[in-house]
Each structure stands twice: as C-alpha cells, then as structure tokens.
Design a protein around this ligand. Structure first.
Ligand code: GDP
Ligand code: IMO
Ligand code: MG
Length: 439
C-alpha cells in the first residue's frame, strides 16, 4: 500500500484554469499569495500571460510565479516549466524596477528544459506551413521544446554550468532544428555558436537561483507551510484531456502540479478551478458556445478580451457547463473561482450551455472524437440578467439577486461550490465566500 501520509494537515492548493486559459488565474494567485508561503509554476512557459495589478499598475507575468509581488512569498519554477531565459531575466528586471526584490525567494529547477530561438523559429515556421490547418500557437516555441524533452534531447537549465558539454548538446539539438528549418520549412537557420555564447553569458546570473525544487517543497511541507501551485493555460488546452490537436503541449490538469514540481501527492489539499462567468478562447479549434454577434463583441469589449501574451483578440461566448464539468472531473477540481462576473452586467438575457445536440441526439458530455465535437450545437438554458453593477462588490449579499442566482445556477450545473467570485481586475475586487487556505 502506498503511504499517502496524513492529508488532514496538507497545505497545498492547486489552482488551474478550467476553460481555455486566461480565466484570471494571475489575479487570483496574486490575491491568495497574501495567505501563503510559496507559489509554484509547474508547466507551460512564456506562452502564459498572467495579469496582476500592483499599486494600480498592470503587469503581465509570463514566467515568474504570480505571487512574486507579495514580499516574503517564495516563488518556485518547477521542472515541468519550459524556460526561455531571456524572458525570465527580462521579467526579473521589470519587477526589480518596480521596487520588488526577489532575492533569496526565487528558485528555478535545474531540470527545466530550455527554450532556444530555434524552438521559436520552428514553432512559427510550422504554423506558417500549416496555413489554414494551424493551431494558432503563441509562437513561443512551446511545442518544439516539449517535443525535445520527450525525445530526450532537451538541454536543461542545470547544464549551463558545464559549458563544454552544454555547447556540445546544444549543437546537436540545433543541428536537427536547423535541418528541419532549412530543408523542410525553407526557413532561416539559427547560429549555434551565437546561441551558446548568449546562453552561457546568463549562467552566472542564473546560478544562485537554481535549486532542487522538489527538495524545497518537501522542506516546506515538513514545516507545515502553505503552498500554492499556479497552473498556466487551462484544462481544455491540456495535451491529453483538451481539445486535441488544438491544445498546448503540457499537462494543465492538477496532476501536472506533481509531475512538474516533484511535490508529494499528500501535500495537496484542494484543487481550485478558475473559470470566467462566460467563455473565451485564443487561437484555433472548436468552441461550441462562441458568439459572433453583438453580444460576443460586447463581452470582448467589456472584458477587454485580447491576449495578454500575443495581443490577439480572444473569441468570446456563453458559459459552457458541459466543458467545465468535464474539466472539473479530469482536473480533480474541488471548487470553483468564478471571475469577470462584472462583464455580464447589463447582458440580458443570459445563456448557459447545458448540453450539445450532435448526430441527431442530445448529450451532456463532450464527445471524445474531435470531429464530432466540432459539430456540436449547444443547448442553452436562459436566465434573466440583472440590473445594477457588480463591479468591485466584495460581499456576496451585496450582489444583485440576479447575479447571485446566476452564480448559484453555474454551481448547480457544474456540481461544485464557487469559493471565490471576482468582480473586477484588482485584488480587492473579490468576494471570498470560503478561503481555500482556511481550516
Ligand atoms: P490568466 O492567464 O488566467 O492569468 O488571465 P489573463 O491575465 O490572461 O486574463 C484575464 C484578464 O481579465 C486580465 O486582463 C485581468 O486583469 C482581467 N480580470 C481578472 N479578473 C477580472 C474580473 O473579475 N473582472 C474584470 N473585469 N477583469 C478581470
Ligand atoms: P494563460 O496561462 C490562453 C493557446 C494558444 C493556442 C494553443 C497552443 O495565460 O492562460 P502554444 O503556444 O501553447 O503551443 O499554443 O494554446 N494558449 C493559451 N491560450 N491562455 C494561455 O495561457 C495560453 N497558452 C497557450 O493560443 O491556441
Ligand atoms: Mg493569460
């Protein structure tokens, strides 16, 4: 029998997106970080764009954990993160300029696979080559970097400290990348020597930040510390459980938090799934509840729905309870955080997708086959909107009755309580009905 230890004392919370990303994870992590000792990124890379508001200024974090602006909170980047060092140092510089000091509380796993310019060139060349069949990636080299990891040719962060071997292994990887770039895609190759020099020049600055993240998590667990695992993307973009092939290349489900950091299963207490009160998606792929009408444009406008990483317009649609229920199951989600309620102020009537019409029948689960999923026509139930504003409301009882009824209906349809409701982008524009770190 496996020893799962005494989980009643576990103080780890996993927070993941339960839609197609951009659910507002950054804001919520920044808020919850005020009550925890460490925040851990465990998958994805700088394809993520997590918005936090600090002293009234908006900041988008791509690689640094969103707890970084909370003084005293330790921030860890686990082995599951694909690391693009120029972006990492750029973000470090930008938070330092804002007077935030990460010294002694930011650590990176030596096992992170590194992203190089050739991964980004491959990602972009592939998308161009695919034409209408493209995925709509962020172009950050995420797919090619995880392919190299699975193919066991990734060069990892810790290898920077053995320069000769680093040059050799990098040259071997780039040899293959350049072959594909030039011969298959007809694209420009990447100069291996220039990349090696540029990366080795960052080694000294990286060295004090490299630590065994799994060991650090074990210590934090032993000390009874509260740890928040910060997911990137969302369950519908998961490499296995998402809308394949229109997905990212990592495990965005809660299980990814363990594989991507080395934390012990028994360290986890609860998984919180973040969802918008409606749905958005960036990039290609099926999206049954997408709205291409004035309501969709209104959601985009009021919700400021353009990508935090690429600036692309996000596609908008109604809340899809089928998608979120499935994501909750696959993502081990135990409670919800519902964001952007305020964006629905004045939208009347509201619709919620409760099932799909497909192949002449009705289903309330997402079809496994993508070609069937692409043909799903949503079945909606309708609710009245509400008068008045929810923007900035901090107490449940201060919400208009219609807004409460809407949240309660989402809870019933998904089968989970909403422990947090977000009513604006700022930290304090939040209703905390039950704090995940309580009890
Ligand atoms: P993430 O990738 O999940 O961290 O989400 P993003 O930061 O990419 O996108 C969420 C956007 O919504 C950001 O611009 C946030 O500032 C904003 N946001 C978060 N919560 C709320 C909310 O409750 N109301 C409104 N109006 N905006 C929000
Ligand atoms: P956060 O963490 C929204 C999408 C891309 C594309 C697909 C694959 O901010 O929620 P990739 O570059 O990962 O190979 O692209 O995944 N995507 C995201 N969409 N939010 C994200 O991150 C995303 N990261 C990737 O648009 O459809
Ligand atoms: Mg985002």
């Amino acid at each position: 029998m496996t020893d799962f230890r005494d989980q009643t004392t576990a103080r780890g919370i996993v927070l993941i997106g339960a839609q197609w990303g951009d659910e507002g994870k950054g804001k919520v992590v920044d808020l919850l970080a005020g009550r925890c000792d460490a925040v851990v990124r465990f998958q994805g890379g700088h394809n993520a764009g997590h918005t936090v508001i600090h002293d009234g200024e908006t900041m988008v974090l791509h690689l640094l954990p969103s707890g970084i602006l909370n003084p005293g909170v330790e921030c860890l980047i686990g082995n599951g993160v694909a690391l693009y060092l120029p972006q990492f140092f750029k973000e470090l510089e930008s938070i330092r300029q804002r007077g935030v000091d990460p010294a002694g509380r930011l650590y990176v796993s030596p096992d992170c696979p590194l992203i190089f310019p050739s991964h980004m060139a491959l990602d972009q060349a592939r998308e161009r080559h695919a034409g209408r069949g493209r995925i709509g990636t962020t172009g950050r080299g995420i797919g090619p970097a995880y392919e190299d990891k699975a193919a066991r040719r990734a060069v990892r962060a810790g290898e920077l400290f053995a320069p000769r071997a680093f040059r050799r292994r990098l040259a071997a990887a780039l040899d293959l990348h350049n072959f594909m770039l030039e011969k298959y895609y007809g694209a420009e190759p990447v100069n291996p020597k220039r990349v090696a020099d540029e990366w080795l020049a960052m080694a000294d600055e990286l060295r004090p930040l490299v630590a065994d993240v799994a060991a650090r998590l074990e210590t934090l667990e032993t000390e009874g510390r509260a740890v928040l695992f910060e997911g990137a993307q969302g369950v519908m973009l998961d490499i296995d459980h998402g809308t394949y092939p229109y997905v990212t290349s990592s495990s965005t489900v809660a299980a990814g938090a363990l594989a991507g950091s080395g934390a012990h299963l028994a360290q986890l207490r609860e998984v919180v799934g973040v969802v918008k009160a409606y749905t958005t998606r960036v990039g290609e792929g099926p999206f049954p509840t997408e709205l291409q009408d004035e309501v969709g444009r209104r959601l985009a406008r009021e919700g400021a729905e353009w990508g935090a990483t690429t600036g692309r317009a996000r596609r908008c649609g109604w809340f899809d309870a089928v998608a979120v229920r499935g994501a909750a199951q696959r993502g081990s989600i135990g409670s919800l955080c519902i964001t952007k309620l305020d964006v629905l102020d004045g939208v009347d009537p509201l619709r919620i997708c409760t099932g799909y019409q497909v192949d002449g029948g009705k289903t309330d689960v997402r079809p496994a086959l993508m070609n069937r999923y692409a043909e799903c026509v949503p079945c909606y139930e309708q609710m009245d909107g509400w008068g008045g504003s929810t923007r900035g409301v901090t107490r449940w009882e201060d919400l208009p009755q219609g807004a409460r009824a809407y949240i309660e209906r989402l809870e019933a349809l998904v089968g989970l309580e909403a422990c947090i409701v977000s009513t604006g982008p700022a930290r304090e524009e939040t209703i905390i009905r039950r704090h995940p770190f309580d009890s």
